[in-house]
Design a binder for this molecule. Structure first.
Ligand code: PEP
Ligand code: MG
Length: 572
């Protein structure tokens, strides 16, 4: 048995066979061919295999997901049949007596460059279709296999170097019991999505060992509670883990008795426990885990895993579904936060040296206003169906907040002038995830209706430690007094202006951070739905004055380790 240790990213224990989701090596050499016809036949055979494969994938995607997602593969089939692409490849093989791999690569690169150069959404989507299809044909020419998670039809654990958020979104919970990645951290978006899908996961920290150590079909145990991965364990170890999984389910059943209870501390102080969601599909989990509201709806997932921008109507329907589903409970919807590790294939952004510090989120929205205004109109129209609060991401300066709010108000006035009903009391707030806003919280507090502290980014920007990079994860310290002091500044400044403060970063659901946050006066804790009941049970045992004393002491300590030690002693 091999044992790997990574970062526990999503609770639960899974035992199943490994499915390697690793892109194959598609490198090849340019060669001269003597039998042109045979080479062209080799290309035809690869095209036929790619076509067969795409027909199956399209059908499976249609059955498991939606027509919209299946349309991506419809577009890929068109590429396979496109005479304007295939003709020149055959021509090149004949004219230059080169191998099919080389001819394919040269011709398709020319089309990709041409389409990418056009400032047109449709054409750039075509460029990405051609790239995908070229890789598929190339894989067949080279006799290697391209994995496809939507093909999976037995229970497996996915083993990958990394999973993008849109790949994670396509995982089918009925078949994918868990996943392990070589890279990533607890706050990378695939980890966050694993928690909302309730799939046990271990990420990063295994130093690239997952994909190099684990083979297809190995039996794997993923312990998402401790970060352990066991490869080909003995029957005894499996039995042991089956018992652990059983205990975990029993513990969950005990917490579930709190589903309809209010969240109150031992001394009767109420705080709000809300859920983070990425799609209306997450509503079921939100209700099942007894959330008192939604503290963060990451709308960017609505824009991902597709070929074009969602229309105003489509967005309106999604927002309305969430607001109605929450039946008047507060719902904080965050405007588009694209960039960093979240990309849109049809919205090509410039390559950046530091994407997390780049042209993203509110910066992009203020620049590409039509995109922003469409989303705001959809939100405003949906506002009459529930208790909507709108939040802007990645605010760095007061001008950005005021400009975003002014655009919102313009759209609101236009709608009202056009006779369209809009909610009368929509709160407008912002994320505090850039240190400048925490430091200037007293100034921002006069302008906003609320703050929501995004510790996932606030920690990475304060400590200059990439949230995705396991090599610097030792510096990614939620309990560092620097972070606690920033949080305290924000809460104090907001309360001075009678504004409320939430936290929607992963720290809000961390059982060792919750006592400190209660002591610091946080009003709303927003987390993965699966952490809510556990946190409610914990808060019932904590008293506010005791936690205030703990937080006061923690703020004076020098290191994250000392803070952790203090919390552990206080809450045992
Ligand atoms: C955060 O930064 O804490 C946050 C909640 O936003 P995201 O994780 O989507 O960057
Ligand atoms: Mg963020």
């Amino acid at each position: 048995m091999i044992q790997l240790t990574g970062i526990a990213a999503s609770d639960g224990i899974a035992i199943a066979k490994a499915y390697r989701f690793v892109q194959p090596d598609l490198t090849f050499a340019k060669t001269t061919v003597h039998d042109i016809e045979a080479e062209q036949q080799r290309l035809a055979a690869a095209l036929a295999k790619a076509e067969q494969e795409l027909v199956v994938i399209r059908q499976q995607t249609l059955e498991k997901f939606s027509a919209e997602e299946a349309a991506i593969f419809e577009a890929h089939l068109l590429v396979v049949h496109d005479p304007e692409l295939i003709g020149p490849i055959n021509q090149k093989i004949a004219d230059e007596a080169v191998n099919a791999e080389y001819a394919l690569h040269e011709v398709s690169s020319m089309f990709v460059a041409l389409f990418e150069g056009m400032d047109d959404e449709y054409m750039s989507a075509r460029a990405s279709d051609i790239k995908d299809v070229t890789n598929r044909i190339l894989a067949h020419l080279l006799g290697v296999h391209i994995p496809n998670p939507s093909n999976i039809n037995e229970q497996v654990i996915i083993v990958a170097n990394d999973l993008t958020p849109s790949e994670t979104a396509q995982l089918d919970r009925n078949y994918v019991l868990g996943f392990i990645t070589d890279i990533g951290g607890r706050t990378s978006h695939s980890a966050i999505m694993a928690r909302s899908l309730e799939i046990p996961a271990v990420v990063g920290g295994v130093g690239g060992a997952a994909t190099t150590t684990i083979q297809d079909g190995d039996t794997i145990i993923v312990d998402g509670l401790t970060g352990l991965v066991l490869v080909n364990p003995s029957a005894d170890v499996i039995a042991d883990y089956q018992e652990k999984a059983q205990k975990y389910r029993a513990q969950q059943a005990e917490w579930s008795t709190l589903v309809n209870e209010q969240t109150v501390s031992k001394d009767g102080v109420h705080v709000e426990l809300a859920a983070n969601i990425g799609s209306p599909n997450d509503l079921d989990g939100v209700v099942r885990h007894g959330a008192e509201g939604i503290g963060l709806y990451r709308t960017e997932f609505l824009y991902m895993g597709r070929e074009n921008l969602p229309s105003e109507e489509e967005q309106f329907t999604a927002y309305k579904t969430v607001l109605e589903g929450m039946q008047g409970k507060p719902v904080v919807i965050r405007t588009l936060d694209i960039g960093g590790d979240k990309h849109l294939p049809y919205l090509p952004l410039q390559e950046e040296m530091n994407p997390f510090l780049g042209h993203r989120a509110i910066r992009l929205c203020l620049d590409q206003q039509e995109l922003f205004r469409t989303q705001l109109r959809a939100l405003l129209r949906a506002s009459v169906y529930g208790n909507l609060k709108i939040m802007f991401p990645m605010i760095a300066t007061i001008q950005e907040f005021c400009e975003a709010k002014a655009i919102l108000l313009q759209e609101k006035e236009k709608l009202i002038a056009g006779g369209i009903a809009v909610g009368s009391s929509i709160e407008v707030g912002m994320m505090v995830e850039i240190p400048s806003t925490a430091v200037m919280a007293d100034i921002f507090a006069k302008e906003v209706d609320f703050f929501s502290i995004g510790t996932n980014d606030l920690i990475q920007y304060t400590m200059a430690a990439d949230r995705m990079n396991e090599k610097v994860s030792y510096l990614y310290q939620p309990y560092n007094p620097a972070i606690l002091r920033l949080i305290q500044m924000v809460i104090k400044a907001a309360h001075q202006e009678q504004k409320w403060v939430g936290m929607c970063g992963e720290m809000a659901g961390d059982e060792l951070a919750v006592p400190l946050l209660l002591g610091l006066g946080l009003d709303e804790f927003s987390m993965s739905a699966t952490s809510i009941l556990k946190t409610r049970a914990l808060l019932k045992q904590l008293s506010v004055p005791e936690m205030q004393a703990l937080a006061t002491e923690a703020l004076q300590l020098a290191t994250a380790e000392e803070v952790l030690e203090k919390v552990k002693q206080a809450v045992k």
